[in-house]
Design a protein around this ligand. Sequence first.
Ligand SMILES: Cc1cc2nc3c(=O)[nH]c(=O)nc-3n(C[C@H](O)[C@H](O)[C@H](O)COP(=O)(O)O)c2cc1C
Length: 257
Amino acid sequence: MNSNQKSGKRFEKNRFFLKDHIRQQVDFSQTDQRRRVPAPPLQTPCPENCVRFALPDGSMALARLAEMSVGEAIIRRQSVREYNQDSFTLEELSALLWATQGVRAVLSPACALRTVPSAGARHAFETYVAVSRVEGLTAGLYRYLPFDGQLAQLTVDEQIGSKAALACLGQGFVADAAATIFWTAIPARMEWRYAVAAHKVIAIDVGHVGQNLYLACTSLGARTCAIAAYDQDACDRLLGVDGEDEFTVYVAPAGKC
Ligand SMILES: Cc1cc2nc3c(=O)[nH]c(=O)nc-3n(C[C@H](O)[C@H](O)[C@H](O)COP(=O)(O)O)c2cc1C
């Protein structure tokens, strides 16, 4: 057995997660969906007393993003870790959020289509934004409400950028971003349909979200950098999520440069 084969044995349990055999473990006649258990909400409800900000609508975002061809955006896309001090306009932030998690159509109370694909259209993510410099918004933590076209203000916090950088294992450039987006997973939304096969497709889904952010940033003359090296508990604490039924899966600082 060569050294590659030996390391293959060590990681076998984790590699299994990437294969489709996991689907064969599911008795699809017994999933929550098939047993007619109500689906989890498509968007986590927001506390009544939250201050909310209306976002410019999706067609406005589309017009901004269409200023660059998709081919050019693909060629120009790159991970950038230096941002200048310019702010995003609310319209630009709205375009980034719409491109990554915007709602295209609501098919039923249990199913909606968004600007990214998702296995079984389950869309198991919530979007949080650590805002440092966005025109019209006070610095702090916000949650995107794509079904309402709004941002809910969760905290007011001048230090949110440096807290986000600390939660990203001290990757200092995160503190310079105009805004840092955190996507959390709510696995129950996907488990409702796919049971133990849910987790692989959640991981695939979040890649689409990240790529749309890269392309949308490029079209707007902004930049981003995917971040997977983060402190799980610190990010979850920063967002105020429980780390079990909802937890951080992807972080992306963004800014002008
Ligand atoms: C899943 C994933 C995780 C990443 N995590 C980090 C990270 O924690 N910190 C960082 O500086 N870059 C991170 N990157 C960016 C990669 O280093 C970058 O994509 C790679 O160097 C290729 O450069 P390009 O994106 O400009 O083509 C990550 C990229 C991906 C796709």
